[in-house]
Design a protein around this ligand. Structure first.
Ligand SMILES: [Zn+2]
Length: 456
């Protein structure tokens, strides 16, 4: 049993002082007591928060961040970025993916993310043939998870078509494509590895309405049920205006509307982006209990558009944050961009704040914890008995936080600086980051540099 004593900690009902945290051998919180005695506990100065879940990303894209920022002939859009990405991923094999993902996971941990959802669509060899072991690239992700210690919800992605209506996949997409039987086989191979490891969860990700025909979407839900009846289901939807146009042209409905028409969307679902919705779709999403998986820095980088956060929260919607293409690895930056985008668009301030929760930064942080935990389908995001001991210690002695406490401290954390104030990070009862450095930072960074040098 590990016993910690936090001067201040964010508990489910708010901040508390003198908090004793007892952690059992599995890495779960066994007891959490405020106003406790520090005797016999390891003392944590400053403020302890639950670690932040990162609901969405594609690990290999970390190594191409910055490579798509040079103007090439033609219009620079999401679609031209996607061409650069397709070229880049042709050179990624298991060794490259392992090294890139490990570096990414270390950066995430150091930034305060303690769990992620890996939306994994890179499955096959560069020529489109399956590897001898069809789960080869999933194993690379899992090895990187083990090397870094981060919590992982692995979401193998089903990708069948190159566009709405079952259009054939393009050559650049051949590394992604499965039929349903092979996809079911992939999940079967992965399942045993996830049983009994409390830092892991297996889910399923139909890639998008573009890539998964309606008939197959129902089968994906069956496959998710076979993993387990609460297994998370993630899907990209309504990210781009062109996608909305194409969907309307194909079936007469907008993408989010159509998704609700053909799939049993509910609380185990996470709709990634859901940027372009009309009021009726926004209402559908908010009421369904599904999580909106928002990736503000990537959505800005790709020129996707702006999710209407005020409308979503007013309707009772939940959200989590993701770093998606990994152009930024910072929960602070994601949450700040999320709020600032709204302010620029509405010419108002404090969009995420409400009468009940007047602190904007604190509300953003809490909502992202709860929505992120739900989307990843794991007992995380709360310092409470039965939940994982996934936590971060913030340096509250830093001048940025001077004189700030509790919710005002979270406001300052989100809105007043670019210094990483995360000092220590624990996942499942293990310290992975001490004094700002991941315990394996140097060797993982070295392997990453060698990999990127080879790719260049
Ligand atoms: Zn994505």
């Amino acid at each position: 049993m590990t016993v910690l004593f936090a001067e201040s900690a964010l508990l489910p009902d708010g901040f508390a002082e003198a908090v004793r945290l007892e952690i059992d051998a599995r890495g779960d919180l066994a007891a959490v007591e405020a106003g406790a005695d520090p005797a016999g506990a390891a003392r944590l100065a400053g403020v302890v928060l639950p670690g932040m879940p990162n609901v969405h990303g594609h690990a290999f894209q970390r190594a191409m961040a910055g490579l798509a920022e040079r103007l090439e002939p033609g219009e620079a859009s999401f679609w031209s970025w996607r061409e650069v990405m397709y070229r880049f991923l042709q050179r990624i094999g298991p060794d490259e993916l392992r090294a890139i993902a490990a570096q990414l996971f270390v950066e995430m941990l150091e930034a305060g993310y303690t769990a992620l959802g890996e939306f994994h669509y890179l499955h096959h060899q560069a020529d489109g043939r399956a590897y001898a072991d069809p789960a080869e690239l999933s194993w690379a992700i899992l090895e990187a998870q083990r090397a870094s210690g981060i919590g992982l919800t692995h979401l193998p992605s089903l990708y069948m078509a190159g566009g709405f209506g079952g259009r054939p996949a393009e050559p650049g997409q051949r590394r992604f494509v499965h039929d349903l039987n092979r996809f079911a086989d992939l999940l079967e191979r992965l399942r045993p590895r996830f049983a009994g490891d409390p830092n892991l969860r297996l889910g399923v990700a139909p890639h998008s309405l573009r890539a998964v025909p309606d008939e197959a979407l129902g089968r994906v839900v069956d496959l998710a049920d076979a993993v387990d009846p609460a297994a998370p289901i993630h899907i990209h939807v309504a990210e781009q205006v062109k996608e909305v146009r194409d969907c309307l042209e194909w079936c007469g409905a907008r993408p989010v509307r159509h998704l609700f028409d053909v799939a049993p969307v509910g609380s185990r679902w996470c709709l990634i982006h859901a940027t372009h919705m009309d009021d009726a779709e926004a209402e559908l999403l908010a009421r369904s209990g599904a999580v909106a998986g928002l990736c503000p820095t990537t959505e800005a980088n790709l020129g996707d558009g702006l999710f209407d956060l005020g409308r979503h929260l007013a309707a009772g919607g939940t959200f989590g944050i993701g770093s998606d293409s990994h152009v930024s690895i910072s929960p602070v930056e994601e949450l700040r961009w999320l709020e600032y985008g709204q302010r620029l668009n509405t010419l108002r301030r404090l969009i995420a704040a409400s009468e009940e929760q007047p602190h904007c930064g604190a509300r953003l942080w809490r909502e992202a914890l709860a929505g992120g935990a739900q989307a990843l389908g794991r007992r995380i995001g709360r310092l409470a008995p039965g939940h994982r001991a996934d936590l971060i210690r913030i340096d509250s002695s830093h001048p940025i936080l001077a004189g700030r406490q509790d919710d005002a401290l979270l406001d300052a954390l989100v809105f007043s600086g670019n210094v990483n104030l995360v000092r220590d990070v624990m996942v499942g009862g293990r310290w992975l980051v001490r004094d700002g450095r991941h315990v394996h930072r140097d060797e993982i960074a070295e392997a990453y540099r060698a990999t990127v040098a080879r790719l260049a």
